[in-house]
Structures are given as structure tokens and as C-alpha cells.
Design a binder for this molecule. Structure first.
Ligand code: CNA
Length: 278
């Protein structure tokens, strides 16, 4: 076939070849990039999957357009749809997936350079990935503040409001309080810009569960240097990954793809045990 004498780093563009590359004893730096698709099996809907995605199910919130629920100028006028959603999605209700545990396993093996995630669900932390190995590119529910005076707001107070489906307001200026998740029209956190060059240092990049449609996150995989393999584990092909001589595709469910890769590396038992303890 045309890949038999591939000019790339991998002998073949297969999971088996990739597993040999990962486990060949030479130190490896792996950058993982993820999105909502790694949390759907935990029960958290993604945005863009037809039928099951949030955007397909927002009609009940009477929004002018689906993205309005995460639009900062819309939120100023009408914070209720966002807080309805926050009530459903607030961390603590969901168990990390085996894909989250796989990212932790990479860390325990000393292979994880950084996990860049667009997710706001904190499931990577809950799976035991340390905070200094995570860039929450779109923020998270871990902090909240006033959208006018920027004063921080106590976590337990916010949680009370989210549970009660009421709208929290700043104690100082009465401005609206919002979890520090990045809305459309808002700047990404400084930690994203501080770390976004890291993919250029990676020996391997693993992209999972993202449509790669939100910028600037979507440009991270293109920062990986030539001849460094890129693996895509996703239901659909995205971001042009799959055409390079060292691109490997595992199309389908993330958890199944991660199990396949772990098995090829000889880590499957270890991974299942790690996940069972989570
Ligand atoms: P998206 O645009 O909804 O894309 C999800 C991608 O994952 C699609 O390509 C799907 O085909 C794919 N996918 C879905 N389920 C699976 C699965 N089980 N196995 C493999 N692939 C699957 O989501 P993105 O993350 O790319 O979009 C960026 C937004 C979504 C970010 O701003 C997030 O904050 C936001 N979001 C986050 C969460 C969360 O924190 N869990 C949930 C919903 C949306």
C-alpha cells in the first residue's frame, strides 16, 4: 500500500506503531488536547453532536440562538438560561471517564507534558491529573467573580444559588456573578497564552473528543513539529488531522479508542484498575 514505505517517524500509521513509539524507552513528552466528547460518556452532553448535543436541546431555554447561552452580552441581559444550564452541569454530579483516567496514567508514567482542555467540568482533576498539568483554556467552575467589578465571589454561595436556581449578585456592586468559564466575546485565561507554545515541544500530540471549531484552541495541533506523530481519537475527522505522514486516526468512541491504545502499550489492566478506583 501507499504507506508501506512511509517517510514519517512511525513505521506505519497504526495504533500498534504508535504504541511502539510511546513505549520504546526513550523519554517522551505528550501533549493531550480535549473537548466535550471525552465527557459525554460521563453523562455531560457536548455542544455540537446532532440530537444529543446541548445546542440541539436548548429550545426549552427560549434563546435567540443556541450560542447565546454562553454569550457575555446576552448574559448581561438575561442570565437565567446560563444558570439553568449551570444547575445541570455543575461539577460533583459526574464520574470521570476512562479517558480521563488515561490522561492521569500518562502523567503517572512521566509522559504528560500538558493537558489542554476546553472542558469546564473539572473531570480531569477529579480523575487525579494534577492542576499544574492542566490548562483549562475555556476556564472552569473552579472560580467565580463579578462581571462588573471582578471581585471574587465565594464558591459555597455560588453553589447555593446554582442549587436553588437563583441568580447570584456581587455583594459590593450588585453586578452579576459568573463562574470563570470563558464566554464568547471574552478573552481566554492568561495560562492559555503562557502555555500555548508547549505543543511545539511535544513528541506526540493526542487530540480527543473535540470538533476543533473554537479558536484559538483549534490551532494548537498545528503547533506540533513536523515528524512528531499526532493521534486523533474522535467520532469524526476534525482539524485536518489524518493527512500528515505521522497522523494516526482512531475514529469512534473515545473510551474505546483509549482502551485500544492502552492495550497496544500493554497498559490496559493498569488503566482499568486506575479507573475503577476513581
Ligand atoms: P463540540 O463542538 O461539541 O464537539 C465534540 C466533538 O466530540 C465532536 O466532534 C463529536 O463528534 C465528538 N464526540 C462526542 N462524543 C464522543 C465520544 N463519546 N467519543 C468520541 N468523540 C465524541 O465540543 P468542543 O469541546 O470541541 O467545543 C468546544 C466548547 C464545548 C468548549 O468551549 C467547551 O467549554 C464546551 N463544552 C464543554 C463541556 C464539558 O465541560 N464537558 C460540555 C459541553 C460543551
Amino acid at each position: 500500500g501507499q504507506h508501506e514505505s512511509s517517510p514519517g517517524t512511525l513505521a506505519e500509521r497504526t495504533v500498534e506503531s504508535l504504541a511502539k513509539y510511546i513505549t520504546n524507552g526513550k523519554p517522551k513528552k505528550i501533549v493531550v488536547m480535549t473537548g466535550a466528547g471525552i465527557s459525554t460518556s460521563a453523562g455531560i452532553p457536548d455542544f455540537r453532536s446532532p440530537d444529543t448535543g446541548l445546542y440541539a436541546n436548548l429550545a426549552r431555554l427560549n434563546l435567540p440562538y443556541a450560542e447565546a447561552v454562553f454569550d457575555i452580552s446576552y448574559f448581561r441581559q438575561n442570565p437565567e438560561p446560563f444558570y439553568t444550564l449551570a444547575h445541570e452541569l455543575y461539577p460533583g454530579k459526574f464520574r470521570p471517564t476512562i479517558t480521563h483516567s488515561f490522561i492521569r496514567l500518562l502523567h503517572e508514567k512521566g509522559l504528560l507534558l500538558m493537558h489542554f482542555t476546553q472542558n469546564i467540568d473539572c473531570l480531569d482533576r477529579e480523575a487525579g491529573v494534577p492542576g499544574d498539568k492542566i490548562v483549562e483554556a475555556h476556564g472552569s467552575f473552579a472560580r467565580q467573580s463579578c462581571i462588573d467589578c471582578s471581585r471574587p465571589y465565594p464558591q459555597d454561595e455560588l453553589k447555593r444559588h446554582v442549587d436553588a436556581k437563583s441568580i447570584p449578585r456581587c455583594d459590593h456592586c450588585k453586578g452579576l456573578v459568573k463562574p470563570e468559564i470563558v464566554f464568547f466575546g471574552e478573552q481566554l485565561p492568561a495560562e492559555f497564552f503562557k502555555n500555548k507554545w508547549l505543543p511545539s515541544q511535544a513528541d506526540l500530540c493526542i487530540v480527543m473528543g473535540t470538533s476543533l471549531t473554537v479558536h484559538p484552541f483549534a490551532s494548537l495541533p498545528s503547533m506540533v513539529r513536523e515528524h512528531r506523530p499526532r493521534l486523533l481519537i474522535n467520532k469524526e475527522r476534525v482539524g485536518g488531522i489524518g493527512s500528515g505522514p505521522d497522523d494516526v486516526l482512531l475514529l469512534g468512541d473515545c473510551d474505546a479508542g483509549v482502551r485500544k491504545l492502552a492495550a497496544a502499550c500493554g497498559w490496559l489492566d493498569e488503566l482499568e484498575k486506575l479507573w475503577a478506583k476513581t
